[in-house]
Ligand binder design. Sequence first.
Ligand code: BG6
Length: 488
Amino acid sequence: MDSMTFVLFGATGDLAKRKIYPALYNLYLDKKLPAVFSIVGVGRRGLSDEEFQSSVAESVRTFSRRSQVEAQQINAFLEAFCYCSVDVTDPKEFLPLQERVKEREAALDLPENRMFYLSVAPEFFEVIASNIRASGLGTTKGWKRLIIEKPFGHDLASARQLNEKLGASFEEEEIYRIDHYLGKPMVQNLEALEFANPVFQALWNNQYIANVQITAGETVGVEERAGYYDHTGALLDMVQNHMLQMLMMTAMHLPKRITAKEIRGEKRKVMEAVRPLRKEEVSQHVVRGQYGAGELHGKPVVGYVDEPGVSEASKTDTFVAARVWIDDPFWQGVPFYIRTGKRMKEKSTRIVIEFKNPLEKLYRHRQEKPAPNLLIISVNPDEGIALQVNSKNPTNSGKIEPVTVDFSAGTKDVPEAYELLLFDALRGDSTYFAHWKEVELSWMWVEPIMAAFREDLVPLHVYPAGMYGPDASAELLLADGFQWWLDK
Ligand code: BG6
């Protein structure tokens, strides 16, 4: 891996503390950072290098997945950190920043490879990118890369505009758009499941698969984020990005070569084949929900409109379920169901693939109807794969019963999404980052749904907190003769 400078904008922010420093530290311990590197934290606040280093140490101690943090190792790690106070809207303030970066490059004999991570509110993306270019900070003899995180715009037009602005300072190949769901080990595993298992390769199509169910349920409510969430909702917060990324990863077929370009090409093909919805037909395929008062873990919780900062009349969606059709030869006729919601019964992200049983009719005369084969990919909080198959139970008069072959990766020592993603970005592998085309196509699909919600063409179902969403979500599948699997 190339030696480099990592310039982190938003160095005193929450994401940096909770995710980025612990991830860098774990990479450091695993010897996955370059031999020599410099990390320049950028923030508005005035901090000395020492104060900054001790706040980094504090966040590593608090949030690292490794319970023991050795003083000696962390001190060596902290040596790489320095701090620069910058008002990012003022182009002049980028000059001292550039000096600092160059000084350290000279002192450490670093090539001019520069990674810029914008861990800041999205309204600063454009100004920072353009100041990086205008100041010359982005003119390097080595490589330069930009990492940004969602939201990439708040609709198709603003996303396009942002992309154009970023494009003035960075090439598409230099932009690493984080969708942290793509950093989840089991989401990354989807591709391997297929290429390493001819069994699944052979079955990954409409001949054998009846439907696919992708769930991202959360027990948390809006928490302290009403200001953001109330004008965002589940559709933009989760569906436009994480849910559609999981759909692309599940539905894509293997390219001829496993490279970032080809894999992203396959994902794009999936998104291009997703059947667009007209605003008028959204209500037939999409369920909109909002949590009401209910109970979670034995405790009463208030409904969404009674949360602090939310208006009483809010119609914001905290739950969305949708039936998605992919019009390509592999998936013609196979519904993909996605659903995500806050204040659901359990925190669970999973992908369930239900297989067809062409021999089902053989059993018609018998009382027992075998359960379908299910492939269950648990993404979060437990990582694992399980296969539900049918087998005669000799201790129960040879009755055919579903049994589950279960592999659980366990939760210990599994690297976090940010570790995997930062490692990839540092070595220039963009496979698990969202390409602009994926983002654009996702916005295009979501826009008519946004319009239908806005114009109230889709009923808003209030569901009690602590359930799996409104009944309408179960009815969506029932209409096709299916049910959501694994709801407890
Ligand atoms: C974020 C959303 O992108 O993902 C949050 O903004 C959501 O609202 C979070 O809670 C869920 O992520 P995870 O990794 O906990 O499933």
